[in-house]
Ligand binder design. Sequence first.
Ligand code: ADE
Length: 252
Amino acid sequence: MYFAVISIFPEMFASIREFGITGRAVTQEQVTIECINPRDYTTDNYRRVDERPYGGGPGMVMMAEPLAQAIEAAKLRASQQGCRIGKANCPVVYMSPQGQTLSENSVLDMTKYDGMILLCGRYEGIDERLLSQYVDLEVSIGDYVLSGGELPAMVMIDSVIRRLPDVMGDKLSAEQDSFVDGLLDCPHYTKPYEFAGMAVPEVLLSGHHANIAKWRFIQQVKRTQTRRPDLWQAFTPTAEQAQWLKALEKQD
Ligand code: ADE
């Protein structure tokens, strides 16, 4: 999968290009992450990408022209990398608190794209005419404001890459994470057997895979019920999970 990031701080993206699961996906050429700096598309000596807002008020606004050229350059690169261009295959995504909130479901949908072009804003925002002309999708990572779109873009790229087929060393691990089946994750344990006077739950040592699966599911349910009642409300169990839930209700 191809990612083009349009940002005036391209160095920030070293963290996902060089480290961890995303870094390995880059090295193994499962993904390409390229940065395009809108300053390279300015014509003045100062390489200015921002100006004062029409109508007055605090802060600066990113100008349309350098961003438009950066997006065109990103589309050209994407097509050279084998992406089909257009909203359905390689959308231009603006990271912004006004967008649709990212979720594990929307992340999974994004893995179907050939590529994505991510537009990272700074300052008070971006000239609205650029957004209406070029942006296919607006995405927020939550109801809080960051000082730019770079961290949100990295959050989104990381979450998409780890759901790509063949990227996670242990495939099951991405599928068993929180949210994937609509529940929070279960607790995990490793050596030593005892820590701070607490032993590992016996069932995990039993080698009985069905009992372990059931125990983990019940833990997920209990956590989700107490910590995220909204998720619990929306949860639909499989036939097997419904059986386990019935048994749990009888116990309580
Ligand atoms: N830019 C600034 N804050 C943001 C957020 N919460 N999500 C996406 N982009 C942003």
